[in-house]
Ligand binder design. Structure first.
Ligand code: GLA
Length: 387
């Protein structure tokens, strides 16, 4: 039994004085490319990583819901009858928000049984690796099983997103939950966020001698406030002024018209999204035709676009990217929502120690806090664990 299996099982037994019905898990994710494109109905190309959230969940005979975790002392308790987004707060809004959101997607919350859940995770929090989507997806698959809802994984992704939007209050898109639910080992998920058509595409990093290095700047970010929401608003404004439903409906040929029509800031926000969608398509094609060693320039271009046009990078992310590229990474970019979190560097296996040392030294020389660097592998999505 893995450590997380052990801690959730023991945690469940200690807090609830009974045995769980089963264990379920879901991974965090890293986005290879396609940033701030999901809520513009565009394309993303993330993968599930080998860091997971595990939940032990048991059904009850009454209508009570109780949630506990290894990251908080408290056990949060309420009745299914009181489950509304307004009643939820703090970390428990993630699992309980999912239970509420399932009700919005067909679960009859007046008829289902209460439950108890204990949560633990080795997805780093605040690193931009979607520790929140990992919780949401693990709870979503668990409740989908025990409540026998039979919901498709793409619907479960929308359940997690609704929980995040309404119960947590972060206006995020569909990417993170989709990666956590649809991911496969050694592959990334090419997702059309409009149709939700998803294709699992082999990455081939191992065969090419490449690793994906995460550089967690440890600069914290929160998407329920500030920059994320304002970028989303700029995209909506740009789409409206350009007369389209969403920025997905524009392509690079439309940018000349956009420059004439939009103020400079809105134009640059639009240009990021339009060119980033194209970069996702180019990355998928390049990966298929030439393999992963050929996608580095697209990762680099994505970073420049986020730094200069979308303006969501921070000095720590820029330094991480520049130093990784200067010391042997074949492509690097900030990943996730921005304003902190992590960068990724696609790096030849043998150069991982050199890049790690160089980035750590560069951060120290600039007086930045110590970053955390580690390699992630593409892993399978959410699943019921063997008991
Ligand atoms: C966060 C959100 C995602 C997505 C990214 C940016 O991770 O949760 O929905 O918008 O930012 O690509």
């Amino acid at each position: 039994m893995s450590d997380l299996h052990q801690t959730v099982t023991t945690g469940f037994q200690t807090r609830f004085d009974t045995e769980p019905t089963g264990l379920w898990s879901a991974p965090g994710r890293v986005n290879l490319i396609g940033e701030h494109t999901d809520y513009n109905d565009g394309f993303v190309f993330p993968f599930a990583i080998d860091r997971r959230t595990v939940v032990a969940l048991g059904v009850r005979a009454d209508r009570l819901v109780r949630v506990a975790s290894s990251f908080a002392e408290e056990t949060v308790e309420l009745s299914l009858d009181d489950l509304t987004p307004e009643n939820l707060e703090g970390w428990s809004a993630y699992p309980l928000g999912v239970a509420w959101a399932l009700g919005q997607f067909g679960a009859d919350l007046a008829a289902v049984a209460g439950f108890e859940v204990f949560i633990d995770s080795d997805v780093p929090i605040g690193a931009g690796l979607s520790s929140s989507a990992a919780i949401e997806s693990a709870v979503a698959v668990a409740l989908n099983d025990v409540w026998q809802l039979g919901l498709d994984r793409r619907v479960l992704a929308r359940v997690g997103q609704l929980a995040e939007n309404r119960a947590v209050g972060a206006p995020t898109g569909i990417m993170d939950q989709s990666a956590s639910l649809l991911g496969r080992a050694d592959a990334a998920v090419f997702l059309d966020c409009r149709s939700l058509a998803a294709e699992v595409i082999p990455l081939g990093f191992d065969a090419a001698g490449l690793e994906l290095l995460i550089i967690d700047t440890r600069v914290s970010h929160a998407h329920s406030t500030g920059g994320y929401a304002s970028r989303r608003a700029s995209c909506e404004k740009g789409a409206q002024l350009m007369g389209v439903l969403s920025l997905r409906d524009l392509d690079v040929d439309d940018l000349a018209r956009a420059r004439d029509l939009l103020d400079d800031e809105t134009f640059r926000r639009v240009r990021h999204v339009v060119t980033e969608n194209q970069r996702v398509l180019d990355t998928v094609r390049t990966l298929r035709e030439q393999g992963p060693t050929a996608i580095g320039a697209l990762l680099d271009a994505s970073h420049v676009s986020m730094r200069d046009d979308f303006e969501i990078s921070v000095p720590e992310l820029d330094l991480a990217v520049e130093t990784a590229r200067a010391t042997g990474a074949i492509g690097a970019r900030m990943t996730g929502g921005g304003f902190g979190g992590a960068a990724i560097a696609l790096t030849p296996h043998a150069l991982i120690p050199a890049v790690t040392a160089a980035v750590t030294a560069a951060f120290a020389a600039r007086g930045f806090g110590t970053p955390d660097l580690f390699v992630v592998r593409a892993a399978d999505g959410a699943a019921r664990e063997q008991d």
